[in-house]
Design a binder for this molecule. Structure first.
Ligand SMILES: Nc1ncnc2c1ncn2[C@@H]1O[C@H](COP(=O)(O)OP(=O)(O)OP(=O)(O)O)[C@@H](O)[C@H]1O
Length: 488
């Protein structure tokens, strides 16, 4: 039996938006998605980073009867969302490895009533694979109180995606167990046609009743640029310090200072993220920037939970000295700070999707965000050897796992190659290249928001003078210089 629904959701949603979510109006597309969900449809949402996808399942969860289960790949992402919802007096909770025992008991007792008070329960895909948890959900379903199942970052389902996670595939269980009684919603910012097809098939959403919403991946407020470099030039640090100090100087100048002070900001209060690939580089770079009196702090998986939480909280608050996070990719999806003004990729990321997800942390308030990526051919070879090594890891495991890994390895390598081609392409708009990558036919309007559209000739010159020649790089490669160079 399908869960009971409220019938007056049309009236409810504007009121709920203002009262519980403290937002004045829906962004384009949100209302339609929310109404389709409230209508009991399966919904697939593909929308650019910062579109406001979370509201599309959070609001129905508040308006509808029953509990909404949200499956998410990252603990930090779940914790951020749960604390924001609880601050808005919405009964949201999370069950994961960090959940304290009393909270865990509370959630289990709540589910055991069959009529849970919890509106949204965030869980990991691993938990959904456990029989004990499944039994609890069956009980809630029997009471017609399982309102919806949401799969966030749904691209993790597909081995053709850059973030494939085996346990996401097992989410097929929901449709197999509950049929169309329990509507599903899957959301992602980064899926190509193949990944999309996999998500829909795996979850059993590929039916006539499905409502698909896809918006462009284009983020017109992101200024995209590739900065070319080489091992020999080794000039990233000076280049970045020159750039950020230039930004501070302009903010301190007569034209901008009044505006900066009026907004209650500091001249050097420019929030940003620098992505590095290794822990050592992350630590060293943050320390070197602090030596230059730039407020940079490291963030990587080996820091204690307390250190990470403190760093994140101070950066989000915009405290002096905590302006820039220097991070490994441990700091990625789900970071929702609205005034991040720049994202720098210190080295070539491992995938096209990863790059665009991370760049998408900039400019979430709709104002300009600067995204530049330092690209060298030596890094290209290092990253390629890393991705190839990762792909080889599953060899010999046999069966389904081996075949998944081999597909995923191939997909990752392909994605990296497309990113390399993007970096070395000096013949067209960056925004258009990104939209093409995600399978869009329409060409976005760039309005000088990329290095090509601003100064195509300069871009070509910069590439010519900035990169090492292929001959040089291949000699180095043959000598094994790029092997085993990075440890994450
Ligand atoms: N209707 C709205 N009015 C104002 N702000 C909104 C609205 N909807 C969402 N937002 C805000 O937009 C920001 C981005 O939303 P959200 O985190 O859901 O993005 P997302 O689409 O999941 O992006 P990503 O894929 O990058 O994580 C949040 O701060 C959210 O509060």
């Amino acid at each position: 039996m399908p869960p009971l629904r409220r019938s007056d959701s049309l009236i409810d949603i504007d009121f709920t938006l203002r009262r519980q979510f403290n937002k004045q109006s829906f962004r384009p597309g949100q209302r339609e998605i929310i109404l389709a969900a409230l209508d009991g449809k399966d919904v697939f949402v593909q929308a650019a980073t910062s579109f406001g996808k979370s509201l599309c399942f959070q609001l129905p969860a508040v308006v509808d009867r029953g509990i909404t289960i949200v499956i998410s790949p990252l603990l930090s992402l779940m914790m951020n969302q749960v604390s924001a919802l609880r601050a808005a007096s919405i009964d949201a909770r999370t069950l994961n490895s960090n959940t304290p025992p009393p909270e865990r008991s509370h959630i289990f007792a709540d589910l055991a009533t069959g009529h849970p008070h919890t509106r949204l329960l965030y869980v990991t895909p691993e938990l959904c694979a456990l029989e004990s948890f499944r039994a609890r959900l069956r009980l809630v379903h029997e009471q017609k109180e399982l309102a919806r199942v949401v799969v966030d970052e749904a691209h993790c389902i597909s081995e053709w995606g850059h973030d494939f996670r085996r346990d996401f595939k097992r989410l097929a269980w929901f449709r197999q167990s509950f049929g169309s009684d329990v509507p599903l919603m899957a959301l992602t910012a980064t899926a190509n046609a193949q990944v999309r097809g996999d998500v829909l098939r795996t979850l059993g959403m590929d039916t006539d009743g499905l409502k698909c919403f896809a918006t462009t991946a284009h983020r017109p407020n992101l200024h995209l640029e590739v900065r070319f470099t080489s091992d020999e030039a080794n000039d990233r640090f000076d280049d970045f310090v020159g750039w950020i100090k230039g930004v501070y100087e302009r903010r301190a100048g007569p034209e901008r200072l009044g505006e900066v002070e009026e907004a209650g900001e500091r001249v050097d209060g420019v929030a940003g993220i620098i992505y590095t690939v290794s822990r050592d580089e992350c630590e060293m770079l943050a320390a070197a920037l602090r030596q230059e009196k730039i407020g940079a702090r490291p963030f990587h998986a080996k820091l204690t939970k307390e250190a990470k939480e403190a760093t994140l909280a101070r950066w989000i608050k915009g405290e002096q000295g905590w302006d820039i996070i220097v991070a490994t990719t441990a700091f990625g999806m789900g970071i929702d700070k609205e005034n991040v003004r720049f994202v720098v990729h210190w080295r070539l990321p491992k995938s096209f999707e990863g790059y665009y997800q991370e760049a998408g942390r900039a400019g979430r308030d709709g104002k300009a965000g600067y995204c530049f990526l330092y690209y060298s051919r030596e890094d290209r070879d290092r990253t390629c050897s890393l991705v190839t090594r990762d792909a080889a890891r599953g060899r010999g495991t046999g069966g389904e796992e081996e075949s998944e890994r081999s597909v995923n390895g191939k997909a990752r390598l392909e994605s990296l190659q497309r990113l390399v081609a993007y970096c070395e392409d000096t013949g067209g708009c960056r925004h258009a290249a990104i939209c093409r990558y995600f399978g869009e036919e329409a060409v976005p309007v760039c309005d000088s928001a990329c290095d090509y559209c601003r100064e195509p000739e300069l871009l070509r010159q910069r590439m010519k003078s900035g990169l090492a020649s292929e001959e040089w790089v291949s000699t180095q490669r043959e000598e094994g210089r790029y092997d085993e160079y990075w440890s994450e």
